[in-house]
Design a protein around this ligand. Structure first.
Ligand SMILES: Nc1ncnc2c1ncn2[C@@H]1O[C@H](COP(=O)(O)OP(=O)(O)O)[C@@H](O)[C@H]1O
Ligand SMILES: [Mg+2]
Length: 351
């Protein structure tokens, strides 16, 4: 059988550059090299693409604080004339013709439909959600509005635009959502800009900065309960893994708890829930995946509240893929090992 030329894209200009590098390294390490020719393509923080020939493309990959792209890559750009081709910027003889792309990128320019647009223009099949699903998944406001009326439970929310910044009133929000409530940018990730607001002082302090991250913000009722994540896989007939639980050792699952504090959070895989709840979470996650027009993969995140109701929170169309990440770990717990999972994702892209 002919080997498949697989481009793995990592890094990029987003707050999640580092975690992307660690995820990509993990995928490259475990993928079946008898089946795939790997073309590692690193993207630096200026969004410049480079091809890496040797092994040493990601350095200090065991340390989330130090991990970085090596400078040994050859600058490339994608060619509009030739389908599926990337060409050298300086070395015109460098031509990379891919069969399929795996964007192991998170956040802006990676998970938001923009690089998916490049792949579409290049005629290149790619892993994960297409442009539409990526745009929807990245945008908490649009995603929740699509799900309104579907019967899927969500925390009450209000959305504000930077243009009407002066009219935002703390006591108004507190009377509608109760205090404490959460504020977050509508289109970010990794808990960047997410705050639990407990007082007017808190609110005034955060509101100024949060609009620097996003032109729209969401205020959301705080859900008290367990934080639950579920992995979904497939195109037309997606399937769901067993759910997992995140127990944060910080006030909530903040950026620090996720990446900086080694003991910031504990993952319970699978989550200790009744069979009825597990089924409900799996069905809802598949439903969310379909309604939000996802393909390939997504991790659907939510809560189980005090009344044992499942409350949807957000969807991640390119979830973390490190050796300890929830997405692959949940599949492993559900009987699909990481190498087979990656293989399945690529097959779904080629379909
Ligand atoms: N409505 C909420 N109720 C309780 N906790 C919340 C709520 N919204 C966010 N959080 C906490 O903040 C974290 C990050 O928020 P989330 O909406 O998942 O944004 P991100 O896309 O940055 O991960 C969540 O994992 C959770 O711990
Ligand atoms: Mg989240």
């Amino acid at each position: 059988m002919k080997k498949i030329n697989l481009g793995i894209f990592f890094g990029g200009k987003s707050a999640e550059h580092e975690i992307s590098l660690i995820s990509a390294k993990n995928i490259i390490d475990i993928i079946d090299k008898n089946k795939y020719n790997i073309f590692p393509i690193g993207i630096n923080k200026n969004n410049e693409f480079s091809f890496y020939g040797g092994d040493h493309y990601i350095l200090d990959s065991h340390d989330a604080k130090k991990v970085h792209l090596s400078k040994s890559g050859k600058p490339i750009t994608f060619s509009l004339r030739n389908n599926r081709e990337f060409i050298g910027v300086l070395d015109k003889k460098l031509k990379i013709k891919l069969d399929v792309a795996f964007p192991v990128l998170h956040g802006s320019f990676g998970e938001d439909g923009t690089i998916q647009g490049i792949f579409e223009v290049a005629g290149l099949p790619y892993v994960g959600a297409d442009v539409l699903g990526s745009v929807i998944g990245m945008n908490k406001d649009i995603a929740k509005k699509i799900l309104e009326g579907s019967g899927i439970k969500m925390a009450k929310f209000l959305v504000f635009d930077a243009a009407n910044k002066d009219k935002i009133n703390f006591s108004d929000i507190a009377s509608k959502l109760k205090c404490p409530f959460f504020i977050k940018p509508t289109n970010s990730g990794s808990s960047v800009g997410v705050y639990k607001i407990k007082s007017k002082n808190d609110f005034d302090k955060r509101i100024k900065n949060i609009f620097k991250l996003s032109s729209k913000i969401m205020c959301e009722e705080a859900v008290v309960g367990k934080e639950i994540e579920c992995s979904v896989l497939g195109n037309e007939k997606p399937i769901a893994s067993l759910p997992g639980e995140v127990i944060s050792h910080h006030e909530f699952y903040s950026y620090e708890a996720k990446y900086l504090d080694e003991n910031g959070a504990q993952l319970i895989i699978p989550a200790d829930l009744s069979n009825g709840l597990i089924k409900k979470i799996q069905e809802t996650s598949i439903n969310v995946f379909k309604l939000l027009r996802c393909k390939g993969m997504a991790r659907v995140d939510g809560f189980v509240n005090k009344n044992n109701d499942y409350i949807f929170n957000e969807i991640n169309t390119i979830p973390g893929f490190t050796s300890i990440s929830m997405y692959p770990k949940l599949w492993e717990a559900s009987g699909l090992d990481p190498a087979k999972l990656i293989d399945r994702l690529i097959q779904l892209a080629l379909e």
